[in-house]
Design a protein around this ligand. Structure first.
Ligand code: ZN
Length: 79
């Protein structure tokens, strides 16, 4: 597998971090906390690895079906 180890912007060193992923959808705000990402030490750019990005998409899809103005969940790798 091809792992991203340097920043796509500045080629800085990427470190493991957690961020809060926020999506606006039809006037609703969907928030996934503690999403694991790679973050650039230099410029702060964040990048989700493939499996995490796919998982986030799945979580967000689920949250879209909840008819609420604000939904906040914690990232989980599995259901
Ligand atoms: Zn960078």
């Amino acid at each position: 597998m091809n792992k991203q180890t340097s920043c796509f912007r500045c080629k800085g060193n990427m470190i493991n971090n957690m961020i809060t992923h926020v999506v606006d959808h039809d006037g609703s705000t969907l928030i996934v906390k503690n999403a694991p990402c790679l973050e650039c030490e230099k410029c702060g750019a964040t990048y989700f690895e493939g499996p995490v990005a796919k998982r986030l998409e799945k979580i967000i899809d689920k949250l879209k079906s909840i008819n609420a103005e604000l939904v906040v969940v914690k990232y989980t790798a599995t259901d």
